[in-house]
Design a protein around this ligand. Sequence first.
Ligand SMILES: [Zn+2]
Length: 466
Amino acid sequence: MADIDAFVQAEADALVAELSTWCAIPSISSDPGHAADVRRSAEHLAGLMEAAGLAAEVLAVDGGQPAVYAEWLGAGAEAPTITVYGHHDVQPADPLEEWTTPPFEPTVRDGCLHARGASDDKGQIHFQVSAMRHLLAADGRLPVNVKFFVEGEEESGSPTIDAFLGEHARRLACDLILVSDTGMVAEDVPSLVTAMRGLIYFQVDLRTAPVDLHSGSFGGAVPNAVAELVELLAGLKDAAGRIAIPGWYDDVVPLTDEERANFAALPFDPEQFKAVTGVGALPGEEGWSPVERMSGRPTADVNGVWGGFTGVGSKTIIPAEAHAKVSFRLVADQDPARLEPLFARWVRDRVPPHVQVSVRSFGGVKPALTPLDHPGNRAAARAVARAFAKEPLFSREGGSGPERALSDALGAACVYLGVMLPEDRIHAPDERLLLANYYRGVQAAAYALEEFARPEVAAALRAPAG
Ligand SMILES: [Zn+2]
């Protein structure tokens, strides 16, 4: 039987050295100048997977960056199949002068590996591959069937993932998606993400006249586009901080008592949060804590407003047009396709007939949620408890990724196993990976496969999704 703890101890330095060679490849997907590096990163990862005993290949993506697919399907038809998801591309590294050591010269310092991609997301994929490498070497098998889908353009917003999933859904088919691209709330508070927020984004354009009008000659008798816009936006939320658009909350899955207890147990100090963000208050929807509002409740934000005269000095006009960017974070089970027309109708209903208005949508991302009591979540939580020697909490991630698209395409729930920390400075200079957490990640990944293979878990995962 594989002894994952002994493996991690014996191989600690070798594992970091191996991860470092991968992190040295600047696989920046948003920069066409690094397209060859993204390919090299994919090939390097495929090599690591092959060495671990998985069958791996680089998959070309139509109009996109190469992904890596790998599999080990020797556990038999009765065992569940787990598809591990993550990405091998990274964010741009600038501003370079703010890095203590260069972003693509991985360096161990203060118990952390410093490099772009060390935490997001190469370290998270590497701990999975390392765990499997050890299990395959020691036992000659894995407890469950495993597939990998490691995409190469997550940091560019996964622009081709829908087409890719359409083409490869059968190949990636599984009983559970294990997302390896999230974090824990604190070093001493192991936790598992259970949800990602969705997103819809709009531009609103108002017009009240063909051109700006002189405020002395016309003021008092003509409409003002900026004033109309401000009045519209002011009505977006009611006095209790709720989004005032009819039907907006119809599909919101209520937070369970267990989840609210979890949120309450997460370390959150309002005063410290105010100090970190530099804000003077934490306003929001009444009846919900800031943690709940930031992860489990719908939000509306005005991202920008422009119109009228904004130059130096004064210019006495009545603006003819005004514009705003407005976005909404969504929670399960809100559907962008249902909400977009609700917002557009609300805007049209609120502006008077003398105002021309257009609402443009920039597309949406569906929210994802895996209930706490999903057998996959319970199993992963047991694995994290074993690796971290502490009962984990559950949290929700505020950002919006491709998880729901994966879940819909593959017909399986997402469970999130990741060891990033808030201090890891992902997407920022001096990104780092706390090695102690990485090693526990190797252990947790191995334990998770064991937990997924337990007969009662396996049976629940194999059952057709209800
Ligand atoms: Zn990531």
